[in-house]
Design a protein around this ligand. Structure first.
Ligand code: DP6
Length: 360
């Protein structure tokens, strides 16, 4: 395509949310393909805004500015551009000036790779589609953005849709794929569009073990086959719970997935434990509150110590009082983030930060 199409549109800006998995992606095969299917929803308040500008000045392939300051993340992006050049052959013809910012603090313990690669993939896909005259924001557009995002970070492929999405082949839909995520478009019981996520910050420090290292531990894991089978069973059960509005089943599956993810880490070789004493304290208190009050709250956990407490809009007042009363004392500096299910990415016009002094 490059060379035959006039590249007049050289800039694109998108906002893309982070997402939280309910059925967890853990373990890879081939290039950035998942060992098992996963299901997640996007957040509303935790997002990345990115603008990509293409140019031919100078010889620096990628300049990456995070909140106005040139950052070493540019090196990871260069590698990513190499991978995606298989799909977008024009990337080698330009230099990239990229500006990015997150809505959440860097140390918040929210995985930023999903929203970062999601936003970057949307910018690149928009440039590609607008040059080739293909309709932007068509189903093909979102699918390609999801596939490109996946090449940067697996979980990022689930960030480009509103609400819930699934990544990886399942028995649920023929359209499910290991190459890109698909949105769950209809049929979900409205109660789940009122999902709230209280992110309880146990430790905002950097992770002791990166996700990439963790995924690799599944290659020879003694429980690999049972974990794959369990994820399939859980995704089937969760999808049915989402359709039927079965909050009890939802709670059961979501907690089982979170603890299974950490069980895989604890039983891998070498083994690692990312949960902290306060993570366990929060887990126990959430369970006790649910038993006593009958309110359907539960927790999920990513590859870190922070607890995402999920609950429903109709219980907001009771749950927020519970957070204040019992949970904040177990959070680092009493920190938590009030988030909820989101509406997905949007096109953004990003004001440019002036390059940081001393930056090239
Ligand atoms: C525990 O998507 O961060 O959050 O593909 O290596 O970038 P890479 O891994 P990443 O893994 C996320 C794992 C998880 C579960 C999930 O989001 O499904």
């Amino acid at each position: 395509m490059a060379g035959t199409v006039k590249h007049s549109h050289l800039k694109s800006s998108w906002r893309c949310p982070s997402n939280i998995a309910l059925v967890k992606y853990w373990g890879k095969r081939d290039f950035q393909k998942p060992m098992n299917p996963s299901l997640s929803f996007v957040l509303q308040n935790a997002y990345t805004e990115t603008s990509v500008e293409l140019h031919k000045d100078g010889d620096q392939k990628v300049e990456f500015y995070f909140e106005g300051v040139e950052s070493a993340f540019g090196e990871r992006i260069e590698q990513f551009l190499d991978y995606i050049s298989v799909r977008l052959n024009w990337v080698h013809k330009y230099n990239f000036r990229i500006h990015s910012r997150n809505s959440f603090p860097h140390s918040a313990g929210i995985a930023s790779s999903a929203s970062s690669f999601g936003a970057l993939a949307l910018c690149l896909t928009e440039l590609d589609f607008s040059w080739s005259g293909k309709p932007v924001e068509s189903p093909e557009f979102w699918q390609m953005a999801s596939e490109i995002a996946r090449m940067g970070s697996g979980s990022a492929c689930r960030s480009v849709y509103p609400g819930f999405s699934i990544w990886g082949k399942t028995q649920l839909f023929e359209s499910c794929s290991d190459d890109f995520a698909v949105p769950i478009l209809g049929g979900i019981n409205p109660v789940f569009y009122g999902l709230q996520d209280a992110i309880l910050m146990v430790d905002a420090g950097t992770k002791e073990v990166s996700s990439s290292v963790g995924h690799r531990m599944m290659d020879k894991h003694v429980y690999q086959h049972s974990r794959i089978a369990q994820a399939h069973e859980n995704i089937n059960a969760l999808y049915l719970a989402l359709l039927t509005g079965n909050q009890k089943k939802f709670v059961e599956v979501v907690e089982n997935e979170a603890l299974s993810l950490h069980a895989m880490m604890m039983t891998s070789n070498p083994s690692f434990i990312l949960l902290k004493p306060n993570s366990l304290e929060l887990i126990q208190r959430i369970r006790r509150f649910r038993e006593k009050s009958g309110i359907p709250v539960c927790f999920t956990i990513d590859a870190g110590p922070n607890i995402h407490m999920l609950y429903f809009q109709e219980n907001e007042l009771d749950v927020k009082a519970f957070i204040e009363r019992e949970l904040l004392v177990f959070c680092e500096n009493g920190k938590w983030i009030d988030d909820r299910i989101g509406k997905g990415p949007e096109v953004k016009s990003l004001p440019q930060h002036p390059p940081h002094e001393g930056a090239k």
